[in-house]
Design a protein around this ligand. Sequence first.
Ligand code: GTP
Ligand code: MG
Length: 329
Amino acid sequence: MEIVFVIGGLALVLGGVGFWRGKSRKKTPQEKLSPVSGSPENKTLGDKLRKTREALFGTSQAFDLQSLEESLLAGDVGAKTTEILLDRLRAQPIATGETPRGLIQTEMIKVLSVPHRNLAELAQEHKPLVIEIVGINGVGKTTSIGKLARYFKSQGKSVLLGAADTFRAGAIAQLQVWAERVGVDFVKGREGADPGAVAFDAVTAGKARGADVVILDTAGRLHTKSNLMDELKKIQKVIKKVIPEAPHETWLVLDGTLGQNSLAQAREFQQTLGLTGTIVTKLDGTAKGGCILPVTQELGVPVRFIGVGETDEDLIPFNPEQFVHSLLT
Ligand SMILES: Nc1nc2c(ncn2[C@@H]2O[C@H](COP(=O)(O)OP(=O)(O)OP(=O)(O)O)[C@@H](O)[C@H]2O)c(=O)[nH]1
Ligand SMILES: [Mg+2]
């Protein structure tokens, strides 16, 4: 138990130091625009989630309920979700051959398995499938959109990206670089233009050109600024003038390094917009990846993708079994 603690604590401290260093040094616009393509090492998901895994379960194979509770709390799973998981464990007699480790895996997978339609099906049904991406500043919205464009293209879908972040200087160019690199269509307006108008143009163009998927970038905003939250609602309304049931999907991007601090944002975005999914980024190098559990529990919407690095390939479709098995093997 002490070992779990020491390693968990160390991972948290290292995660914290990493976060602080990341904050203290701002990236140049060029660095922001040009993540290196391709991972230098062939890391597994388990390698990328190492800090979270160590925070949650240490390297020890055996654990009791008491130490499990402590590590779940330390790993940003949150009091409410930890209690729910432990209650379920307590309520279950351990069948022959079953381990507490196996049981907790099963229970975590249950928490993360929110019923949802799969994307291929949705894209088949709606042409174009319109996905609006929202979130607070700097969480990884634009980068994730670039990676999503690559993902959908690899699935044989035609993609159009709409640059509805007309607020931050350089945001349009950042998305355009991704569109060009991945080789997908791109619609923009002028900097400072009405984001609703850009969204309208992008969805109209996507429809006219027969795109399979339209993904809209939006400006980062604090969930506490009600005028900016209203602006997102307005974007949704404007899109409906082109396609009444769009946006078909509204995904909130959450920065995994913020851990449970994301819960308040998540609630606010959910309340204003009605989310259908999340993308949790920056899970590489953080010990706070356990926050995926309370966020999913709280919102009741599935994690659609997770970000585990800065290259094109570092956004992967979220699979609860794969994720939990990477944390606990
Ligand atoms: N390590 C790591 N970095 C990431 C990941 N996703 C995004 N980033 C980095 O996070 C930084 C911010 O990403 P952006 O995509 O510009 O974030 P944003 O939410 O669009 O930011 P604003 O538009 O300013 O609100 C960039 O340096 C990205 O490379 C990830 O999964 N892992
Ligand atoms: Mg952005």
